[in-house]
Design a protein around this ligand. Structure first.
Ligand SMILES: NC(=O)c1ccc[n+]([C@@H]2O[C@H](COP(=O)([O-])OP(=O)(O)OC[C@H]3O[C@@H](n4cnc5c(N)ncnc54)[C@H](OP(=O)(O)O)[C@@H]3O)[C@@H](O)[C@H]2O)c1
Length: 269
């Protein structure tokens, strides 16, 4: 695969762009000269970020407010994003960053089933639908890219984050299979698996992390590592030495052993 990916003057759709890792993606891609469509639920926050990005980077930034956990919303968001991109001369969406997601901490039977199903709808179903729509456009063109944001939680079962870890295992497996199906097609696919990153994620999940703890990186560092891996044509990356080591070893252990270790690590946080 040619290593060059065309960022400048092309459009990206970034989901979950109103804060955290998605916001850092939007800023970094605009810094590379991409026009960006920012998608999340918080329209006001997205509008403020779009204004700031346009002023700072001289690119176009559009907003699509959507609750991607709801049926039909991923398709509507994609259609609106495509319309924004097509409205200019710069053409269709060239890069999809499937980043919107959330986690929950707690025992499976004690967390509300509906909220856990909402997590599956956002972390899995919306990712699947957007990737499908993106590939349907990109593959015939023979160019484009998709970055699916997974997690180091994908590499083993994680007690007290059971559904979250399962959704991210789905993202990892789907991404690797898609990457293989599309090898040589001109469309590149990366699964970015961050470790703990201080963002809005912890307030929603009911957890805590601090910079300085093993494997903890800033959202900006996660995005830089993700884009470096994407530029290099890799299919997955877990940024940070500690996360690389733990995700590699987790895959070598029997699942039950990995789950027991994951529980201890979680309990100590
Ligand atoms: N932070 C971590 O420790 C960590 C570690 C590994 C993986 N990740 C993954 O990284 C991704 C980004 O998370 P983050 O850490 O940046 O968390 P964050 O700061 O909470 O950001 C989550 C983003 O998703 C959006 N979002 C949430 N629910 C949504 C919905 N129903 N529809 C549309 N957008 C929605 C949020 O915006 P609105 O609230 O405005 O909708 C926000 O922009 C997630 O997939 C997460 O699983 C995070």
């Amino acid at each position: 695969m040619s290593r060059h990916f065309d960022y400048r003057g092309r459009w990206a759709l970034v989901t979950g762009a109103s804060m955290g890792i998605g916001e850092a993606f939007a800023r970094a891609l605009a810094g590379r000269g991409m026009h960006v469509v920012l998608c999340a639920r918080s329209a006001d926050r997205l509008a403020a970020l779009a204004g700031e990005i346009q002023a700072r980077h001289g690119v176009r930034a559009a907003v699509v407010a959507a609750d991607l956990s709801r049926p039909g919303e991923a398709a509507r968001a994609w259609a609106e994003a495509e319309a924004e991109a097509e409205a200019g001369a710069e053409g269709p969406i060239h890069l999809l960053v499937n980043n919107a997601g959330f986690g929950l901490h707690g025992r499976f039977d004690e967390l509300p089933a509906d909220r856990q199903a909402e997590m599956v709808a956002l972390n899995c179903t919306a990712v699947l639908q957007l990737a499908h729509l993106a590939l349907g456009q990109m593959r015939p063109r023979g160019s484009g890219g998709i970055i699916n944001v997974g997690s180091v939680a994908a590499f083993q079962p994680v007690p007290m984050k059971s559904v979250y870890a399962a959704t991210k295992a789905f993202v990892l497996s789907l991404s690797e299979a898609m990457a293989e199906e599309n090898r040589g097609s001109g469309v590149r696919i990366l699964c970015l698996s961050p470790g703990p990153t201080p963002t809005g994620f912890q307030a929603v999940a009911g957890t805590r992390v601090q910079l300085g703890q093993p494997g903890v990186l800033t959202a900006e560092a996660v995005v830089q590592a993700g884009l470096a891996a994407f530029d290099a044509g890799k299919t997955q990356v877990a940024p940070g030495f500690a996360n690389r080591v733990t995700s590699t070893f987790a895959r070598m252990l029997p699942m039950g052993v990995a789950a027991r270790i994951a529980r201890r690590v979680n309990d100590s946080r």
